[in-house]
Design a protein around this ligand. Structure first.
Ligand code: FEC
Length: 318
């Protein structure tokens, strides 16, 4: 009988409807419900992106489907069959639901992968911890991919996106070298640095690799989407960086949010609405690279790292 390997594809999660925003926000806030003002502010942001729909849900669904297809493409009968399950951090199906679904289907060996290329103990680390705990309870052997931030095909697909937008700037009359490429990622509390967390270094490595591949010299890394909590978050924030750049007479900025792989609130609101509004005030031209979503190149990256991890499972070593 062909061996089946479960693949737990983990992502941040988003509400299913406006009615679900409060429960979602409460989950993000570790069980503390938001104040009515905080809730309204978040709902307003969802309303602003595309009239209150939740693009991350559809994008994650498509990524999971496309990954399963990519993993099994051209499979010979002796090779294991990969079956993908979704597990979300803050919404249904939760990570634990995904593992339970695997157990119900009789899966005994699985690989976990997160739809975020960079590792932090506060991001990917939490996904993996939850997945492993539940897998152990269910008697499933689960190995997880920690990061893939320098995978050559990831650098390739992101570099292509940067190059396309630099061409677009040139078509509008800008000199290529005058365009400041601003790589960005979700900020995290500053305390991760004291913990020796690799998140910032991995993000800088991805930025440098893309800059090298595209020949971009004029680039900078900045943070975005910091949480609304009282502790200090990693900065500078992209909005402050843009103001500084404007003071230094920079007129053209290409935003490259390399820490994200989908179109969602933090891209469609924080960059396309908030940062664009600031750019208009500063008389700056701001463009953004396309998100990866279910780009076949990105699916190849995921498929490759999952297959390599699957090689570490006992079923593969038997
Ligand atoms: O489109 C959507 O519905 C979801 C967009 C979304 C993504 C996302 C990714 C990351 N987050 C990360 C860390 C934190 C930490 C906190 C936090 C808070 C929020 C809030 C919203 C939100 N995040 Fe998020 N994040 C997204 C959305 N995030 C909404 C709550 C309101 C606000 O502060 O804006 C603070 C809470 C805490 O202490 O836990 C920390 C990281 C990522 C990128 C990696 C990943 O995808 O997991 C890191 C998408």
């Amino acid at each position: 009988m062909t061996a089946k390997i479960g693949v737990l594809v983990m992502s941040y999660g988003t509400p299913e409807s406006m009615d679900g925003v409060e429960e979602y926000y409460t989950d993000i806030r570790h069980g503390n419900p938001p104040s009515p003002e905080q809730l309204k502010e978040l709902k307003d942001r969802y309303e602003a992106i595309v009239g209150g729909v939740f693009p991350l849900r559809e994008n994650t669904d498509r990524q999971v489907e496309a990954l399963q297809e990519t993993l099994n493409r051209g499979r010979s009968p002796e090779e294991p069959q990969y079956v993908c399950y979704q597990g979300l951090k803050h919404a249904r199906p939760f990570i634990e639901d995904g593992v339970e679904a695997m157990a119900k289907d009789g899966i005994k060996h699985a690989v976990g992968v997160v739809l975020a290329p960079h590792y932090s103990v506060m991001s990917v680390g939490i996904y993996i911890k939850r997945a492993k705990k539940k897998a152990e309870e269910c008697g499933i052997e689960l190995e997880a991919v920690e990061s893939y931030h320098l995978h050559p095909q990831l650098i390739e697909v992101l570099s292509r996106r940067v190059a396309v937008k630099l061409d677009a700037f040139e078509e509008t009359g800008a000199v290529r070298g005058d365009v400041k490429v601003l790589f960005s990622a979700h900020s995290l509390p500053e305390r991760i640095l004291a913990m020796g967390d690799p998140y910032r270094d991995q993000l800088l490595e991805t930025s440098q690799a893309i800059a090298d591949k595209t020949g971009v010299k004029n680039w900078q890394f900045t943070w975005q989407s910091a949480g609304r909590t009282s502790e200090p978050w990693l900065g500078p924030d992209i909005l402050d960086t843009m103001k500084e750049l404007s003071e230094a007479q920079v007129k053209y900025v290409l935003s490259a949010p390399i820490g994200f792989v989908s179109d969602h609130l933090e891209v469609l609101y924080d960059l396309d609405i908030e940062a664009q509004a600031l750019a208009a005030d500063l008389d700056m031209r701001l463009m953004r690279i396309e998100s990866l979503n279910s780009d076949p190149g990105y699916m190849d990256v995921l498929s490759d790292v999952v297959r390599k991890k699957a090689g570490e499972l006992k079923v593969s070593r038997a």
